[in-house]
Design a protein around this ligand. Structure first.
Ligand code: ADP
Length: 536
């Protein structure tokens, strides 16, 4: 029994120490934030609660027992009030409202009153009686006021967390989840050890186990608040584990072992354990440092990446206007709107038109990529028929195919295809890229055939050409950014290698699939993509 008491005392001390460490750690991670400050108050209150409840039972002086009991109750009230204010600021500050300001004031007033009554006079706790080793409070006339205010505050704080859930951004929801996991563990173990077991066994013998669980609550919450500055927690946890085990081994060697030979063996085990424990903690510390620096580097890179996307997006927008002007005037000149066009001029204008078109495609692709990567791409899927879009695309690209001496054919299915669930604008973009590639990478006299193949859950569109084909080894790379196949690059020296990357991203957005089959170099290729009939 003494041995158990010793372990219990050890645990209470360790839990209080560790909780205080957590509180100070979070506070120091960013002392300007209100949540962090409230967390420190919450930690102190909980430590007061657990520590004083323990002290109440080990003291023998009646006055001291009474006072530590009163202070323990005071800590409970401060704990509840601080969780309430935590709910106002965590994970984000709740929007100001009349309701909130009234609720805040009510909690402060009620909390302070109950706090005062719990400490001064006999209103709340007027004495105590002892059963076995445990001292139980004798409540004064205000006992029910205490319960009522705790229940009322709990309801108010739950309303706050409920509101938080619906107002916070998605990434903050995991924070709230961590907090709630900790809280549930805390509440459930308190219910078991403070209420259920005492009812079953008839005494409060295990109530400390309920108090131990406070560490989960504080630990999870600290992790949620200061996730990024809290890598160090792992080192503390490792240290704590090594510490607890070392103390237990030490107790075992000194208290529980009488035989000198066994004692020596246990001392040796303890020494070996300490040796490895030291290296364990040190390696965790090292890893913590490493992760910190990696995280900084990652944040910097991310910032650079956003800046780059922003730049490309602005630049592309600015480029589009002059390009449309060039396109318009060149087409009017070719039609003879500004006077007769000599054959030489017509040739020059054709080159001008062609080059301008390439630039338009490039700028559009860059703009699309920056939109995709920054998450600003408009994606509005709906039930739609793909056939009119294929027909449009084929019409649009027929002049280009004619110019290249390639036959462009749309092989209509015998029965109309089922509607798919997709964004029409993006489907058009996908088709333009694939059909355009088919034309680009097929020699004069060849052909490009677009056809549909319905499958069970997807509608498959195929763009089959009789062109230069692809080598199987290069396939995985083709769909990556800035990647160009060797023979492709030879045939068209001025591609940027962005088209297939965009196609893949757009198809992924639809939760579809994209791919290519080819019998090999020079044997043509079939690029295909599958889009779902229904929401996936
Ligand atoms: P770009 O056409 O600007 O190079 P893409 O991303 O559209 O960029 O294509 C990447 C590479 O894939 C091309 O360089 C080419 O080698 C290969 N490719 C694309 N489509 C075809 C095709 N229909 N036949 C053969 N190779 C192709």
């Amino acid at each position: 029994m003494e041995y158990l008491d010793l372990i219990n005392r050890l645990f209470v001390i360790l839990i209080c120490l560790f909780s205080m460490m957590l509180g100070i750690w979070v506070y120091r991670a960013n002392s300007k934030l209100k949540v962090n400050r409230i967390f420190l108050v919450m930690t102190i209150a909980f430590v007061g609660w657990v520590g004083l409840a323990y002290l109440t039972d080990i003291f023998t002086n009646e006055l001291i027992i009474l006072w530590s009991m009163k202070l323990a109750y005071a800590s409970v009230i401060i704990s509840v009030v601080s969780i309430y204010f935590f709910s106002v600021y965590f994970p984000g500050e709740l929007p100001k409202s009349l309701y909130l300001s009234i609720a805040n004031k009510a909690v402060i007033v009620a909390g302070s009153l109950v706090l005062l009554f719990s400490i001064f006079g006999d209103f709340l706790i007027s004495g105590f009686y002892t059963t076995g080793q445990v001292h139980n409070p004798i409540f004064g006339p205000l006992e029910h006021v205490l319960y009522f205010s705790i229940v009322a505050m709990t309801i108010l704080l739950m309303i706050n967390f409920f509101k938080q859930y619906f107002t916070i951004p998605k990434q903050d929801k995991t924070k709230l989840a961590y907090f709630l996991i900790g809280l549930v563990i805390f509440i459930v173990s308190n219910l078991i050890f403070n209420i259920l077991l005492p009812i079953v066994m008839g005494n409060l013998a295990y109530y400390q186990l309920g108090s131990y669980s406070v560490i989960f609550f504080l630990g999870f919450t600290a992790y949620a608040i200061a996730k990024h500055s809290l890598f160090g927690i792992r080192a503390i946890l490792a240290g704590l584990l090594v510490g607890i085990l070392a103390i237990l081994l030490f107790l075992d060697a000194v208290v529980l072992t009488q035989e000198p030979f066994l004692q020596i063996i246990k001392w040796v085990i303890l020494a070996v354990f300490l040796f490895f424990g030291y290296y364990l903690v040190r390696s965790v510390l090292k890893e913590v440092q490493l992760r910190k620096s990696l995280q900084h580097a990652y944040a910097d890179l991310k910032q650079l990446d956003t800046a780059k996307s922003e730049f490309i997006s602005v630049a592309s927008h600015q480029l589009r206007t002059p390009l449309s002007a060039i396109k318009g005037y060149v087409s009017m000149m070719r039609k003879g709107d500004y006077g007769d066009v000599s054959p030489d001029m017509a040739e020059a204008l054709a080159v001008l038109h062609e080059s301008n078109e390439r630039l338009v495609v490039l700028v559009n692709n860059m703009l699309n990529i920056s939109r995709i990567e920054s998450g600003r791409l408009q994606f509005k899927p709906r039930a739609m028929a793909i056939e009119p879009i294929i027909a449009n695309t084929v019409n649009e690209l027929t002049p280009e195919a004619n110019g290249a001496g390639v036959r462009l054919i749309y092989r209509k299915p015998p029965a109309p295809a089922r509607e798919i669930f997709a964004d029409p604008g993006l489907v058009h973009e996908i088709l333009i890229n694939l059909v355009d590639n088919g034309i680009k990478y097929t020699q004069r006299g060849g052909e490009v055939v677009v056809s549909l193949r319905p499958a069970e859950r997807f509608l498959r569109t195929e763009i089959k050409d009789s062109g230069i084909g692809v080598v199987p080894e290069t396939v995985p790379a083709l769909f990556k950014k800035f990647s160009r196949g060797q023979s492709g690059a030879k045939m068209h020296t001025n591609g940027a290698g962005l088209g297939l990357y965009i196609v893949k991203e757009l198809v992924n957005l639809h939760k579809g699939q994209v791919g290519v089959t080819s019998a090999g170099s020079g044997k043509g290729s079939t690029f295909w993509f599958e889009l779902p009939y229904d929401i996936m």
